[in-house]
Design a protein around this ligand. Structure first.
Ligand code: M6R
Length: 593
């Protein structure tokens, strides 16, 4: 994911932007660049890490109190100095950074080439920049006007920030489908993809909305829509501590966030799980309870790890609430012509609240009259604002690219929502309801216990670091956790991994099992325990290596598996939260070796 940072004010822009880019490194990138204006416009770009850029700039003049910076994750054009942002206009006066994808760039590029433009990079943003420049030239319009005209023709998602050598006291920015936060200081403004580069300077921020253009001077912020009408900026206070976005002694954010989970789950339950009165309170859900409990169907849209939380929610809601649930990849749903009936309820799940596919999916569902419940981590994010109601996951900033604490918080919130609905509908007995409240209440302590096993999990991980493939298997509530375990391993260690329902193995994939293949079973005690024991036997019969997440004291599986990762005994509905922890650590230690 690209990251953008920009500054205008009374400080030196370069150190502010450089530090901001480092704060955004967690998003992943393959090149970085900065443009500064000090009388003339200067660009510094480098393939690789921000530190490479910093080194390449050593000894050069980097003065100036206005500038833009970017970390690029290549989409159009290989990672290189040439393709790194910022891009410069053909007349050399403008520089632009962009996050997103300009889908109709090829058409625009052809038009511009016919007019004689020669491109310096292979990227889509350079096309947009030349397009803006061309409109400016052709119409004799201001840069702001040219930007507005250009954006009306652009198809795709973007956050862009522009600087103009001839107008150095103004930054222009615009967004559609990608996040942009503006921090308001005294005589200065900070722009970034998220609040982490801003929080140490100011707590007052404005989240720019889709189709808005921001005209930013050191002491003035004007927002306009594409029709040139002024919009009122909604100023919010940042609820984010600097410590939360720093590593705090851990080697990586992922490890820090894995270890934060007892606290984040506690935060997620706090004020909601009321053990004194034996109830769960979540105002956003309560207000819409009539609609939710009478829903003909619940449709869940999400991507990646959040989709796995959605799949888990399908199992839990259908079991406890007896409402049919369908889980859709937002990235597929948005391009289909899905059937949405009146009375359908959409749950959108997202850590960032900014995933473009999920945003478009819920916009599409909203157009068809659906009610949207958002289960979102980032307060004030686009999905939170687009939802009619919902519940925040309160996991705090998730800086690690691999989602960990956000996932367990999503599972916790979704389980609470299911319990609230089930109680209202009368589809759960009083006894089971109370039992599950107790189980939720015990989660932070049980997660702490799993984390105490870190050394054992690390040892097991180190035994399998040489593997080139891995399989993750589970049944029932443990199937989505197997998928999540496989995703974590792929993402962190680059080892090819697949998640499967354990019972599906015999329908083909079992042919892959051989002596060198680690097969990770999520095999805690639940209704399908006997069945999963048989599945383990099938793997052992083919000499596969079995690593099993088991309930403490499960001597049956312990006697069969090559390695076991024990977790405390937990009800099967709540167990996914616990069972995912050893898989996060397994992926982490297989990845860092
Ligand atoms: O912010 P979101 O939850 O909407 O992001 C969706 C996915 O991109 C995300 O969950 C991704 O799969 C994880 N980073 C994987 O660890």
């Amino acid at each position: 994911m690209c990251g953008i940072v920009a500054y205008i004010g009374h400080r030196q822009a370069y150190p502010v932007i450089l530090k901001g880019l480092k704060r955004l490194e967690y998003r992943g990138y393959d090149s970085a660049g900065i443009a500064l204006i000090n009388h003339s416009l200067k660009l510094y770009k480098k393939r690789g890490k921000v530190v490479n850029l910093e080194e390449s700039v050593l000894g050069q003049q980097v003065d100036g109190s206005v500038g833009i910076g970017h970390t690029r994750w290549a989409t159009h054009g290989e990672p290189s100095d040439r393709n790194a942002h910022p891009h410069r206009s053909s007349n050399g006066k403008l520089a632009m950074i962009h996050n997103g994808i300009i889908e109709n760039y090829a058409l625009l590029k052809q038009e511009l080439i016919k007019k004689g433009y020669r491109f310096q990079s292979d990227t889509d943003p350079e096309v947009l920049l030349y397009f803006i420049e061309d409109i400016q030239k052709k119409n004799g319009s201001s840069l702001e006007e040219a930007l507005r005209i250009a954006l009306k023709r652009v198809v795709g998602a973007y956050v862009i920030v522009l600087v103009d050598e001839d107008n150095p006291d103004t930054l222009l920015a615009a967004r559609k489908g990608s996040p942009l936060v503006i921090g308001i200081g005294k005589g200065e403004h900070f722009l970034a993809s998220d609040a982490s580069p801003i929080v140490e300077y100011t707590r007052e921020v404005v989240y720019v909305n889709d189709y808005e253009i921001a005209i930013i001077k050191p002491d003035e912020l004007v927002l306009k829509n594409l029709g040139n009408e002024r919009q009122t900026p909604y100023i919010q206070q940042l609820d984010l501590e600097l410590a939360a976005i720093e590593k705090g002694g851990y080697d990586h954010f992922m490890l820090k966030e894995i270890f934060e989970q007892p606290q984040t789950i506690h935060d997620c339950l706090r004020g909601r799980l009321d053990m004194a009165n034996k109830m769960i309170t979540m105002p956003g859900i309560e207000k819409n309870m009539e609609l939710i409990k009478n829903a003909n169907r619940i449709l869940i849209v999400a991507c990646g790890t959040s989709w796995h939380a959605g799949l888990e929610a399908e199992y839990i809601i259908e079991e406890l609430c007896r409402i049919p649930v369908e889980v859709e990849y937002a990235s597929e749903f948005r391009y289909r012509n899905p059937v949405i009936h009146p009375g359908d309820m959409i749950i959108a799940i997202s850590q960032s609240g900014e995933t473009a596919d999920t945003i478009v999916a819920i916009e599409k569902a909203k157009e068809q009259g659906a009610i949207i419940l958002g289960v979102v981590n980032v307060v004030g994010s686009s999905i939170a604002r687009l939802s009619h109601a919902g519940a925040y996951t309160h996991a705090g900033p998730e800086i690690g690219v691999a989602s960990t604490k956000a996932f367990t918080a999503q599972l916790t919130v979704l389980t609470m929502i299911a319990l609230m609905i089930a109680k209202e509908k009368g589809t759960i007995s009083g006894e089971r309801y109370l039992h599950l409240l107790n189980q939720l209440n015990e989660l932070p302590e049980k997660v702490s216990k799993v984390l105490e096993n870190v050394d054992l999990i690390k040892q097991v991980a180190l035994r399998y670091v040489g593997a080139s493939d891995a399989l993750f298997l589970g049944r029932g509530y443990n199937f989505p956790i197997a998928l999540e375990g496989a995703l974590k391993l792929k993402e962190i260690s680059y080892i090819h991994a697949e998640g499967y329902p354990a019972a599906e193995m015999k329908h083909g994939p079992i042919a892959l099992v051989e002596e060198t293949l680690p097969v990770v079973f999520v095999a805690t005690k639940d209704a399908s325990h006997e069945k999963i024991v048989s599945n383990i036997q099938e793997i052992k019969a083919r000499k596969g290596k079995v690593i099993a997440v088991i309930t403490e004291g499960d001597h049956i599986i312990q006697g069969m598996a090559d390695d076991v990762l024990p977790v405390p005994e937990t009800d099967e509905i709540v167990a996914p939260v616990i069972n995912t922890i050893p898989l996060q650590l397994l992926a982490y230690y297989m990845g860092v070796d």
